[in-house]
Design a protein around this ligand. Structure first.
Ligand code: BES
Ligand code: ZN
Ligand code: ZN
Length: 488
């Protein structure tokens, strides 16, 4: 992104330049904005327009004036910050379409978090996934001039951070959108290794199927053995030279590079979307890349649990029983409930490397999609402090989380006649899955499980995503790592 942060306007008005005025405060009057923008051209344009609050204005473009008014018009359900992101996203879309060379954003009035929101919105507009198109049309490059007044210094720092966050979001989206023929477990591992190579402070450890079996990570083996693409677990570790937090955050991601359902085959309609069943792992990888790049002084690891749930003559059979890494035996009642099996290994690995806090992310259940839809992720936690942090960090990042109960009354439904546990439970499917995972959480560890089945991938336009991966969770994870610094 071409971005220039200045105290006062430096690119002079010309035909290929537009001004964008953001109305970030509710009841700002035309005249006030005009005076603050202090721009003669804008003033001319506005002459004759009635004075009034901007609350009702939609994104407004005045033809021939080169002035784009961006009102953070109310969009149902969005926070004020998200609203700004949307406005910036639409502004950038228009500017690209109209091939405006420079857009000056008059943001001297903006608070830091408002500027951050606007910047994220501009970045979102530039994302597109056309790797598989034979005719690729690169975006028109708009240059943004941020007129920041006395905020110039702090805005520059924010812009650097947002660029790192956006790079991570793009990474997650690209991995999620790539089809399963091109992104199978071993290929995901290659991506992780490349990222570790180019990110100082990040180390990587991989385990192939033979190694997983040897060490007793049988969840991976059970789920992945039916595929010609063997399963892997990859653990990335970021240990900063100087740590201000004594916590060790381990992010565990479900990485099903494809989920056919296995022998309990999914119906055709819901299958293509299952290229996104590795969203948890992609989000974990993206977040640790950003956390390491930002050099946050906290120990963070990411455990990516990679497998392809396929049909083959070696596929796991319903009724099969295996012994998980923590010693518990599990009967595979439904081969489509595979995410919780690989995650049992991921949670065990988190304990082995010394996690004090675990966040696992998984496109885990269709039940969560039915409960909360595509706009809100449900999460479960055994720790009130961590739960509160998840909600607050989510809010700061325009990502919505809703706390769900680890309802003990439903725990009995997970018991099996022969084995200790089975991989299906009560009718409350999202809760059953979370209770199953809880059986594998290491002792004395704060844990939160995010079920992102609804939020990770969208099949219709949602906020700043047309179709495909949303990048949901990347920012909240980064923010959570930042937040954990504050309290230690
Ligand atoms: N990957 C799916 C969950 C999913 C559904 C993700 C829709 C994204 C969109 C998961 O592995 C699965 O199939 N879960 C089953 C569990 C059931 C068999 C107990 C489900 O939710 O139907
Ligand atoms: Zn499944
Ligand atoms: Zn799945």
């Amino acid at each position: 992104m071409k971005l220039n942060i200045v105290t006062t306007e430096s690119v002079k008005a010309n035909e290929n330049k537009a001004y964008a005025l953001f109305f970030v405060k509710q009841s700002v009057q035309f005249s006030k904005v005009l005076t603050e923008a202090g721009n003669a051209q804008v003033e001319t344009v506005l002459k004759g327009m009635k004075d009034g609050p901007f609350e009702d204005l939609e994104l407004l473009e005045i033809d021939g004036s080169n002035t784009i008014f961006v009102d953070a018009a109310k969009e149902r359900g969005l926070s004020a910050l998200d609203h700004l992101r949307m406005a910036a996203y639409r502004l950038a879309g228009r500017a690209m379409k109209k091939q405006i060379g420079t857009v000056s954003l008059m943001l001297a009035d903006c608070a830091d978090e408002q500027f951050k929101a606007i910047l994220h919105g501009l970045h979102y507009a530039e994302y597109k996934f056309d790797a598989y198109k034979t005719k690729q049309k690169p975006n028109f490059q708009v240059a943004y001039e941020i007129v920041a007044g006395e905020h110039a210094a702090s805005f520059k720092k924010i812009a650097e951070e947002v660029a790192v966050e956006n790079k991570a979001i793009v990474l997650a989206k690209n991995l999620i959108n790539t089809c399963a023929a091109d992104l199978y477990p071993a290929e995901f591992v290659e991506n992780a290794k490349t990222i570790a190579k180019y990110t100082p402070g990040l180390t990587v450890k991989e385990r192939d199927m033979k190694q997983l079996a040897k060490e007793g990570f049988m969840g991976h083996v059970t789920v992945g053995k039916g595929s010609s693409h063997e399963p892997y677990m990859v653990t990335l570790d970021y240990k900063p030279a100087k740590r201000t937090s004594k916590d060790h955050l381990v992010i565990v991601g479900k990485g099903l590079t494809f989920d056919t359902g296995g022998l309990c085959l999914k119906p055709p309609k819901s299958m293509p979307e299952m290229i996104s069943d590795m969203s948890g792992a992609a989000t974990a990888l993206a977040a640790i890349q950003a956390i390491a790049t930002l050099k946050l002084p906290i120990h963070v690891s990411a455990v990516c649990c990679l497998a392809e749930n396929a049909i083959g003559n070696k596929s796991v059979l319903p009724g099969d029983i295996f012994k998980a890494k923590n010693g518990k035996t599990v009967m595979v009642d439904n081969t489509d409930a595979e995410g919780r099996l690989v995650l049992s290994d991921g949670l065990a690995e988190a304990g082995l490397i010394g996690a004090t806090h675990i966040v696992d992310l998984a496109t885990l259940t269709g039940a969560m999609v039915r409960a909360l839809g595509y706009a809100v992720a449900g999460f479960f936690s055994n720790d009130d402090d961590l739960a509160l942090k998840v909600i607050n960090c989510g809010e700061a990042c325009c990502e919505k989380f809703w706390s769900m109960p680890l309802e003990e009354e439903y725990a009995d439904a997970l018991k099996d006649k022969f084995a200790d546990l089975k991989n299906t439970g009560s009718d409350a499917g999202a809760i059953a899955a979370a209770l199953f995972l809880q059986e594998f959480v290491p002792e004395n560890t704060a844990w939160a499980h995010w079920d992102i089945a609804g939020t990770a991938f969208t099949t219709k336009k949602w906020k700043y995503t047309e179709y495909g991966a949303t990048g949901f969770g990347v920012q909240t994870l980064i923010e959570l790592a930042r937040e954990m610094l504050q309290t230690n």
